[in-house]
Design a protein around this ligand. Structure first.
Ligand code: PHB
Length: 362
């Protein structure tokens, strides 16, 4: 019998033919003029259409939400037209693709933002972190706190980006609430020092997230919406005094909104799988939808996680960069291409669309 990893999963009215997901992966290969997706990006995603589900790289919902050079956006007509070609290519190759909606908050640099404005954040605390700009790596800039009255505008930017993703032909969306970006900055008490209705208790710190869920589930059916959290990661200088308490409430918010899945970075982002014993089970008990696991999985770990019920879906990052036909290779337990970190961020087709399939390698 084939492992359950290779069996279908129903996400609302969408059937995923297998449980292997292409994780959202920043590649910095949008057109520099306007952060527009183009033909090379369509080829890259279509090559990976064997995934049960593709989640796009993070796409900024507004110019203010941008944190790195050449990441694609989801707010301009040119971007929507570029994404249309991407989704058409993926669908033409038999795949399914969600757009990951991203606002970086304080993880940005004045040179990347309109009129050199300061990044926005829950509180004016500068991260000990770096970003990539036109002149190379740079320390992130000092942010300003969003006014209470401004939060509705950012929620509206999420709604508009969801509408754009729908117009561009995406099958659904993933809300990026992980890795120290804007929504994660609101969730954690290390970065959220607000004294309004969006700060203080976990209830208050998850309010912005809940408002985003409400806005985007008015655009896509709730089962076509997922969310990504990284409760135990310190990536981008993020911290919380009680992640299990904070993220139990965040998971309950996802449950109340009826979301299709929750996607967890289990441990440090791109690092060790370190988290307190039973913490993931505790978090999961707050959410009745599908559970997507991520971080350092290999074939055997993924097979075991799905077989035992510890995960419904498993997302792979760097292995999907290096293996366009990853699902087929895992099915056959075939050798895998090794990813080349030198070509992860920025550049051209090299290290992007030129990794061979098994057939091409033979
Ligand atoms: C990155 O560009 O390094 C990056 C972007 C988004 C993430 C994590 C890392 O969620």
């Amino acid at each position: 019998m084939e492992p359950k990893l290779f069996s279908p999963l129903e996400l609302g009215d969408l059937t995923l033919p297998n449980r292997i997901v292409m994780a959202p992966l920043t590649r910095n290969r949008a057109l520099p003029d306007g952060d527009v997706p183009h033909a090379l990006n369509a080829t890259y995603y279509a090559q990976r259409a064997g995934a049960g589900l593709i989640i796009s790289e993070g796409t900024q919902i507004s110019p203010e939400g941008k944190g790195y050079i050449q990441t694609p956006g989801m707010y301009s007509d040119a971007q929507v037209a570029g994404w249309k070609a991407v989704t058409a290519a993926v669908h033409g190759a038999g795949g399914r693709i969600f757009a990951q909606l991203w606002h970086v908050g304080r993880i940005s640099h004045v040179s990347l933002l309109p009129d050199g404005q300061a990044p926005v954040a829950p509180s004016p605390i500068t991260a000990d972190s770096q970003t990539f700009t036109a002149s190379g790596f740079a320390d992130v800039s000092e942010p300003r706190a969003l006014e209470t009255a401004e939060i509705a505008r950012v929620v509206a930017d999420y709604r508009k980006a969801a509408e754009n993703a729908k117009a561009a032909g995406f099958d659904g969306i993933e809300i990026h609430a992980a890795n120290g970006y804007l929504l994660d900055q609101f969730l954690r008490d290390g970065t959220n020092k607000r004294d309004d209705a969006y700060g203080g208790s976990p209830e208050n710190r998850t309010r912005f997230l809940a408002e985003v869920f409400e806005a985007v589930t008015g655009v896509f059916p709730a089962k076509r919406v997922g969310v990504r959290f990284s409760p135990f990661s310190g990536f981008n200088d993020i911290a919380d005094s009680d992640p299990v308490a904070t993220f139990s409430v965040a998971m309950a918010r996802a449950n109340d909104a009826g979301l299709g899945y929750v996607h967890l970075v289990e441990g440090q982002t791109g690092g060790p799988r370190e988290f307190p014993a039973n913490a993931i089970e505790t978090l999961r008990s707050n959410f009745s939808g599908a559970y997507m696991a991520n971080n350092g999985y290999d074939r055997q770990m993924a097979v075991d996680a799905v077989e035992s019920g510890k995960a419904d879906l498993v997302a792979f990052g760097s292995l999907f960069i290096a293996n366009p036909d990853l699902v087929e290779r895992l099915r056959l337990d075939a050798p895998l291409n090794a990813p080349d970190p030198q070509t992860f961020y920025g550049g051209d087709a090299a290290g992007y669309t030129d990794y061979p399939t098994l057939e091409e390698a033979a």
